[in-house]
Design a protein around this ligand. Structure first.
Ligand SMILES: [Zn+2]
Length: 99
């Protein structure tokens, strides 16, 4: 999903386009199998826990940092990924169930 950022560098909600998004928590996702689509080892910094989640798929071969947002306008929960693949960095929203 393409990011929308205005001239003041404010990120918009990917569902409704409004700017009132709130960060819920931050995760790291380690690609322990070094393959696209594998289950990541997730570290939840708010809950201070680590676990493999088979319901989530790694989008690239490298690791990801994920910021979980909630939009006060449309109530959508979104996941903003910063990921690596072969030296390239990808920043995008990826839809899935809660981590
Ligand atoms: Zn929204």
């Amino acid at each position: 999903m393409k990011l929308e950022i205005d001239e003041d560098n404010v990120l918009s909600c990917p569902a409704c386009g409004e700017q009132y998004t709130h960060q819920i928590t931050v995760y790291s996702m380690e690609n322990v199998n070094d393959s696209v689509g594998s289950a990541p080892l997730i570290t939840d910094f708010k809950e201070n826990r680590r676990k493999i989640n088979p319901n989530i798929k790694m989008p690239y071969r490298g690791n990801s940092i994920v910021i979980k947002f909630w939009c006060e306008n449309c109530d959508k929960v979104s996941h903003l990924y910063i990921s690596q693949h072969k030296g390239r960095t990808f920043i995008e929203f990826i839809d899935h169930e809660a981590i």
